[in-house]
Design a protein around this ligand. Sequence first.
Ligand code: AMP
Length: 393
Amino acid sequence: MSSAVLVINCGSSSIKYALIEADPEAPRLAGLAERLGSPEARLKGENSRGESFTLPLSGADHTQALQAIFERLEGREPSAVGHRIVHGGEHFTQAAQIDDTVIEAIKETAALAPLHNPANLEGVLATRQIFPALPQVAVFDTAFHQTLAPRAYRYALPQALYRDHAIRRYGFHGTSHAYVSQRVAQLSERGNGGWLTAHLGNGCSTCAVWQGRSQDTSMGLTPLEGVVMGTRSGDVDPGLHAHLARQLDWSLDRIDTLLNKESGLLGLSGLSNDMRELEQAAGKGHEGAQLAVEVFCYRIAKSLAALSCALPQLDGVIFTGGIGENSAFVRQRVIELLPHFAFSLAPERNTATIRGAEGKLDRHEHDGPQVWVIPTDEEGRIAMETRHCLEAL
Ligand code: AMP
């Protein structure tokens, strides 16, 4: 039987997939079905020879798209499917094999992630329909952070909101923070010590990891809390909501759209949510872009400094995600803004880091905390957790 795991990340109108063998060197088949439910629906991907393809899927729903994905796996039948599920609430502290009980629990958690969990579940139900015998595993973005202590996960709100409505901090991007902190433990002589991780992509979050366990993280009840993101504001004064409602007569939906879709790098710059574009514009003197990049870096530095309180010792910081892996400028600026931590970033190593490379960016061997860049591998981590979950049964 094949040992390949098909990793599925199902959104409301898209399905990202990757077929991953147990051997990490084996080539992956990966792609994306997008614009599902519309006449422009299509499947884009790469075959095992690295050639890209685009297949029109006009009007296809999730089930039809999954069928098309299975047909593009070049006859390599997966032995299991691993699904990315955004919110596992307090119910899931690790990956779980999907059965009726797990499906019910994911549905119950949907109130906490109304945009994500129902879409994630569509992928689960469609896979079940097509391949009822294939084992499926749910891997949760929140599970890695279930090791947070109450002092880190409780909001200073009346107890009943936590007790009766599960209102607390959960944290997200768990597979990414887990992957890079485990990877650095293999690469650095500091091993499984105290690490700060910065996942900087379209969504951004930071995390403090001690001996492989998440101690605190920047995202909270929803992925809106914390640092500045592409279009999300991150932290604002909670009084902002009442102010906008009273002074501008804004509805909750309007405020929600403002904070999730119109803010962050896009809102601050008035130009773009894309860091590449902003760095170029900032270089040419665009003031909005300069401000957006500076606020972005400052808020990350501030968040990392705050999270260091959760660690008994600091062994280093790890940058990952599209921005963390590729923007030498952001890495350098964040480190500059943390002068008390005695990092020793080598500017030439930082700028010479090529796309996809992992490594330490320090000037020389020193006693202070290290700076690492490690490309994240959320799909690889989901495949690994899927295998471990099924082997443990
Ligand atoms: P992700 O969500 O992880 O794919 O990250 C997307 C973000 O990474 C976008 O803001 C991109 O502009 C940013 N990004 C990708 N490549 C670069 C680069 N070379 N320099 C700066 N930002 C980059």
